[in-house]
Design a protein around this ligand. Structure first.
Ligand SMILES: [Cu+2]
Length: 217
């Protein structure tokens, strides 16, 4: 969805189930983009991305970051480029159910969910734009956290098909894109600035074990 889309144009497609969401985001854009650099936010919303880009895909491209690391101060309006193309193909209930029921091992499950036509990537590219479309800085868009809560929920449902066999299992390598060595449950997770605790993977496999205590209903 481009920035110039009017509410009236959006309201025409009444059958589109994404209408509600699109209205919401259109409102956010209209609110925040009145001034070039918003300086305050209504309660509950984050309006700006203050750092990045690192590897932008947005068109038009966001302004270049003053630091090569992408961590320099670079405030600008958050943008989204919502559209139904990917969601109607790759994040439907039927597709998610198939990802769960067709995956007998954690390796297959994560390869499908995170693969080319999987729900994870499709959800990211549905948000897209800036910073959501930047592989390295997509958490700068608050919608990132809703998206990943859904990925967590899908994993939770997959585990629930056989808790004994599917809770303490991981697959893949220690680096992205197959680099590093095979991951083990004794490998530790250290997210430095975000949380000071360091946990072995085995503590993080269950939503009701280790430091967690939540369920999806
Ligand atoms: Cu993601």
């Amino acid at each position: 969805m481009g920035e110039g889309v009017s509410r009236r144009a959006l309201s025409k497609s009444k059958r589109n189930p994404y209408n509600k969401i699109r209205f919401r985001f259109a409102n956010i854009q209209q609110h925040y983009c009145k001034s070039r650099v918003p300086t305050s936010s209504p309660p509950g919303y984050t309006s700006t991305d203050n750092h990045s880009p690192v590897s932008p895909l947005a068109d038009p491209a966001p302004p270049k970051n003053p630091l090569s690391s992408g961590l320099g101060y670079n405030p600008r309006c958050l943008r989204r480029d919502l559209g139904p193309y990917l969601t109607t193909r790759y994040t439907t209930t039927a597709q998610i159910a198939a990802e769960i029921t067709n995956s007998k091992t954690i390796g297959t499950f994560q390869d499908i969910v995170q693969g080319k036509n999987g729900t994870h990537g499709a959800a990211h590219f549905t948000i897209g734009s800036d910073p959501g479309g930047d592989f390295f800085t997509s958490p700068g868009d608050p919608a990132f956290f809703l998206l990943h809560a859904m990925v967590d929920r899908v994993w939770y449902i997959w585990q629930g098909q056989c808790l004994e066999d599917r809770t303490q299992v991981i697959a893949g390598q220690t680096n992205m894109f197959g680099g590093g060595v095979i991951s083990k449950l004794t490998d530790t997770i250290n997210i430095t600035e975000v949380a000071k605790e360091v946990y072995p993977m085995s503590d993080l496999m269950s939503t009701v074990g280790g430091p967690f205590c939540y369920v999806y209903e």
